[in-house]
Design a protein around this ligand. Structure first.
Ligand code: KG4
Length: 360
């Protein structure tokens, strides 16, 4: 007999493997997290100072099934309790995405479950729905700041959205990672810059904020180069070609002061743009997500500028599968993006390695 997709898919098992985290979460009714397992490869990549795509893909293969099994165990559920499978379809590293998508496709066929392919960037905004208090209202203004993206978007309830502003060059997380490398701090850069900044003077150095006129765009490339020039001036290095792959030896106190000044500049840039967009669009809610929103200074800056902003809890800021399940549930509610087992035969979930923002 043909298996119908129920209109309510209460319990969704979600997979995320777009970069260097293999994650599986089980989400009930789009908001309750029954399990949230994240296997990070950070230690594996630290020795190379950044993510090595082939190493990442191989590690996903090794851990994806144990991570799924652990999530089912954590939620105390079996496959019979799962109504659908969701998976990150992009953007991300193609080899890493492939492991998650192929695993999800095979499991969907084997376990006879519908499949939902989810956009990773949009999911960062929908991580804010993982709450037992009131859910965000629409129109919803979202600041998404991660390793690959920095955007301000305005979402409507039907998942349509307008891109209000974005980075013109580096993502905020990329700037954190590159400046960390320059200062000799280990990968991943963001948390290590933050740690070093704790004891630093955030007014010790004045770094530039790109002047992009009235737009809601940001730029972090000039800031990154300004940090490099400052470091070169301190060590007496020739300011020749900007070589951001170099690591400099600096006293701990100087590292802390540069880290704090850099962090303050990034936070000020993002808070200023978000606040301007908030005043211009008067949204019903403001949400902030993505790895960089785990940053304490940024979180505090946003909350002091917009006290009712919902800054996603740190565990759902960096890559996780719970946010994939949260957006998948909203997609099901809107009737978009669900593939039945029959449709799956001969179809692909629609892998996108680029930064495409389409929802389905
Ligand atoms: O969202 P995410 O885990 O992956 C992407 O979807 O890109 O973001 C990773 C980025 C990295 O660049 C990392 O350095 C940054 O988020 N990050 C932070 C912090 N924690 C992670 N940046 C600043 N402060 C943090 N505490």
């Amino acid at each position: 007999m043909r298996k119908m997709i129920s209109t309510k898919l209460h319990t969704i098992l979600a997979l995320e493997s777009s970069c260097d985290e293999t994650a599986c979460a089980i989400i009930h009714d789009g908001r309750e997290v029954l399990a949230n397992v994240i296997a990070s490869q950070a230690d594996l990549h630290a020795q190379f100072g950044g993510v090595v795509p082939e190493v990442a893909a191989r590690s996903h293969i090794e851990v994806v099934i144990p991570v799924i099994e652990e999530a089912l165990q954590e939620a105390n559920l079996t496959w019979d309790d799962i109504d659908a499978i969701a998976v990150t379809r992009g953007p991300g590293l193609i080899g890493s995405l492939l492991i998650g998508v192929l695993t999800a496709e095979v499991l969907a066929v084997e376990k006879q479950k519908p499949l939902i392919g989810v956009n990773h960037i949009l999911a960062h905004a929908y991580a804010s729905f993982l709450t037992d208090s009131e859910q965000p209202k629409f129109p919803m203004l979202a600041l998404i700041v991660s390793g690959g993206d920095s955007r301000i978007m305005l979402f409507q309830k039907d998942l349509s959205f307008e891109l209000i502003g974005q980075t013109r060059d580096d993502a905020a997380g990329e700037a954190f990672d590159k400046v960390a490398k320059l200062l000799g701090l280990p990968y991943p850069g963001g948390p290590n810059i933050s740690k070093a900044a704790e004891t630093g003077n955030d007014r010790a150095y004045k770094f530039p904020i790109a002047n992009l006129g009235d737009s809601y765009d940001f730029s972090f490339s000039g800031l990154k180069t300004a940090v490099l020039r400052q470091v070169q001036a301190i060590v007496g290095d020739q300011p020749g070609l900007a070589d951001l792959r170099k690591t400099y030896q600096l006293p701990a106190e100087t590292i802390s002061d540069i880290a704090a000044s850099f962090e303050r500049t990034v936070a000020e840039t993002l808070v200023t743009k978000l606040l301007r967009a908030y005043n211009a669009y008067a949204p019903a809610s403001v949400v902030v997500g993505g790895g960089v929103s785990a940053n304490k200074r940024l979180r505090e800056g946003i909350l002091s500028a917009i006290p009712d902003a919902r800054v996603v809890p740190p565990v759902f800021c960096t890559d996780n599968a719970a946010m994939i399940g949260a957006l998948a549930y909203q997609m099901v509610e809107q009737g978009s993006g669900v593939l039945s087992v029959e449709q799956l035969a001969g179809t692909e979930v629609g892998l996108t390695a680029d930064s495409s923002l389409e929802v389905i």
